[in-house]
Design a protein around this ligand. Structure first.
Ligand SMILES: Nc1nc2c(ncn2[C@@H]2O[C@H](COP(=O)(O)OP(=O)(O)OP(=O)(O)O)[C@@H](O)[C@H]2O)c(=O)[nH]1
Ligand SMILES: [Mg+2]
Length: 297
């Protein structure tokens, strides 16, 4: 009989949720960066193991809301933690849990949702002994189905997470075809890869004010080339200058890095063209948030 588990990955921004999703799925389907608030929408990832289909929802990280986009992101988290089989709550084991994390955990406990605590980034600890007091303190306040220390970047502990989820899966038909790893449309995946490179390369307030839209994506009839044209939206004229860089250097660097990743992912030569446009204060404008596909409604 086929078995299925639906699992939401939640936790503080930058804890390593998207990194965990990619590690489990085995392909990079979610953008990862050292900057907070990388993930903006709910991203579905699928992993099949024998008769079991695990369906994951990666969510935006918990953070203090600063604009309308943030509010949509936090609503997405709230909506993603019901009607599922378990929550993988990812925490950075080197940081003390904050009130926002504890509040979500308490509400999950109150709704009897099974929570598996993933204590990530154990590679940053000097000694594993440092974990014992952290676990003791947390488990005195919150009840967890399991507590699993992992290091996603060192691929340590991921199989234990998968085994735990296989154990909670229930008899049910599979909802996705066996060869599907995400429900993100190719244009969205491509746009996210470009945005991730900009997040990596840019500093301060510029990267958070960026949205990327892929306007065209098509394979040429006569050659094995994928043409992609994308628009990079930013909030201010001065940001546009920073994104383009001196003599176009920054934009070239970002698009070259994105092209390499796109070619690896789609296994085809890519011709990528990027334009930069200004949309003043778009993160507070509902119609623009919606047009960028970032609204939870
Ligand atoms: N040292 C270390 N760094 C990690 C580990 N897992 C993830 N990271 C890093 O942590 C940063 C954040 O990772 P993400 O996967 O983007 O985190 P996230 O929780 O999805 O963040 P948001 O989408 O902003 O909520 C990146 O720089 C990752 O490379 C780990 O096991 N060890
Ligand atoms: Mg993320």
């Amino acid at each position: 009989m086929p078995r299925t588990a639906f699992v939401t990955i939640a936790g503080r921004t930058n804890a390593g949720k998207s990194s965990l999703l990619n590690a489990i799925v085995g392909e990079k389907i979610a953008s990862v960066s050292s900057k907070p608030q990388t993930t903006r929408t709910r991203i579905t990832g699928i992993r099949n193991i024998g008769d079991v289909q695990l369906v994951f929802f990666d969510t935006p990280g918990l953070h203090k809301p600063v604009n309308k986009l943030s509010e949509h992101m936090l609503n997405t988290v709230r909506e993603s933690v019901s009607d599922i089989d378990a929550v993988l709550f990812v925490a950075d084991c080197t940081k003390k849990m904050n009130e926002q994390e504890l509040e979500l955990l308490r509400s999950l406990n109150a709704s009897k949702m099974p929570v598996i605590l993933i204590l990530n980034k154990i590679d940053l600890l000097r000694s594993k002994d440092e974990l014992a007091p952290v676990i003791a303190e947390l488990t005195s306040k919150i009840s967890f189905q399991a507590v699993i220390p992992v290091s996603v970047t060192e691929n340590n502990g991921i199989d234990i997470v998968i085994d735990e989820l296989i154990a909670i899966s229930e008899e049910s038909v599979h909802f996705f075809p066996e060869d599907m790893i995400t429900d993100q449309p190719e244009k969205v995946l491509a746009a996210e890869m470009i945005r991730e490179k900009l997040l990596m390369l840019l500093n301060e307030e510029v990267p958070h004010g960026i949205a990327v839209g892929v306007e065209q994506m098509s394979e040429r009839d006569d050659k094995d080339i994928l043409d992609i044209s994308a628009v990079i939206y930013c909030e201010k004229e001065s940001h546009k200058g920073i994104i383009i860089g001196k003599g176009g250097a920054m934009l070239k660097k970002a698009s070259t890095a994105a092209r390499t990743e796109l070619e690896n992912f789609f296994q085809i030569k890519v011709n990528l063209k990027c334009w930069v446009k200004v949309k003043e204060d778009w993160r507070n404008r509902e119609n623009l948030i919606r047009s960028f596909g970032l609204s939870d409604k």
